[in-house]
Design a protein around this ligand. Structure first.
Ligand code: ADP
Ligand code: MG
Length: 291
């Protein structure tokens, strides 16, 4: 049975918004040596905004309506930014999309009147056979150096628009990482499916030195397996679920997707990263008392 001291530490952690699903998870936290953080929605707020819309053909509203119709079927924070921007402009996308599929780490695709339409990153654009050309390539670079995550909107092999989205680091992220470092966590890394440009910008702002970008869900999993154990993973997305399950300790953000929360051993109820170091101290104290 679970020692009373563990139960009371779990209760104290819960009052601070850190919900352990088991005493084993509390115990695991006390021993953690590495922590891998997802970027979007974990180190950042996940409240992304559409900040740029570049439509070479000039039909801005049409492009935004198509992007929103596709993204209406996705749970990704990028999707919410785009659908919100469309509805703020009074666009209600009533396009008859068929066969819509979310592709984790890439974007979303569908069929419109028999033609493939898609929205996602450069990886997806390449898979769709789109060739950017010098002007579009320069435009993507320009947006990325400003920290934007660039969404390319396409129809078959043609690029219709570039959309720039971004969110902000969580205000407590820097302090939370510093507290974990002081608590003796020796490796802190960011693992993200996003591109190096926006990833490095966030890393600089929150003070993470080790960054791996452009990772697919299976790459995140491999990166986690390569870290010194015990390893904790903090994440919110569908793309984080395999890494959360494989970690010695999976930590889910409450605002995350259902599959991330199901894969986690601990949930940060208020999405407050600062509460992690406090829970770590509780777990250490409880372990010392038990032993
Ligand atoms: P992160 O690790 O930062 O949470 P994800 O693995 O969820 O990132 O996504 C990686 C990348 O895949 C995103 O940066 C984006 O370029 C692309 N992507 C994923 N889902 C979508 C979507 N619904 N619309 C557009 N792009 C997407
Ligand atoms: Mg995420």
């Amino acid at each position: 049975s679970t020692p009373a001291v563990m139960l009371s530490a779990m209760a104290a952690a819960a009052r601070g918004g850190v919900l352990f699903k088991s005493a084993a998870a509390l115990e695991a936290l006390s021993r953690v040596r590495s922590v891998a953080f997802d970027k979007t929605g974990t180190l950042t707020t996940g409240r992304m905004e559409l900040l740029d819309l570049e439509v070479p053909g000039g039909h801005e509203e049409q492009a935004l309506a198509l992007a929103a119709a596709l993204e209406g079927r996705s749970e990704h924070p990028i999707a919410r930014a785009i659908t919100r921007a469309a509805s703020e402009r009074g666009l209600s996308p009533e396009l008859a999309l068929e066969d819509v599929q979310a592709l984790p780490g890439r974007g979303i695709t569908g069929l419109l009147a028999g033609e493939a339409v898609w929205a996602g990153n450069l990886r997806l654009a390449q898979e769709r056979g789109a060739v950017l050309g010098a002007d579009l390539e320069a435009a993507v670079k320009r947006l990325e150096v400003r920290g934007r995550t660039v969404v390319l909107l396409g129809q078959e092999r043609r690029i219709i628009a570039l959309l720039g989205v971004a969110d902000a680091p969580r205000p407590q992220a820097g302090a939370a990482l510093e507290a974990l470092r002081r608590a003796g966590v020796t490796r802190l890394v960011m693992l993200t499916g996003d591109r190096p440009g926006p990833a490095l910008e966030v890393a600089r702002q929150v003070g993470v030195q080790e960054v791996r970008a452009g990772l697919l869900p299976e790459d995140k999993l491999a990166a986690v397996r390569a870290l010194p154990r015990p390893v904790a993973v903090v994440g919110d997305g569908v793309n984080d679920a395999p890494a959360l399950s494989a970690a010695d300790l999976g930590i889910g953000m409450a605002q995350g997707t259902d599959v991330a929360l199901e894969s986690a051993d601990v949930v940060l109820a208020r999405n407050d990263l600062n509460k992690l170091a406090a829970a770590w101290r509780l777990s250490r104290a409880a372990r010392r008392t038990v032993i």
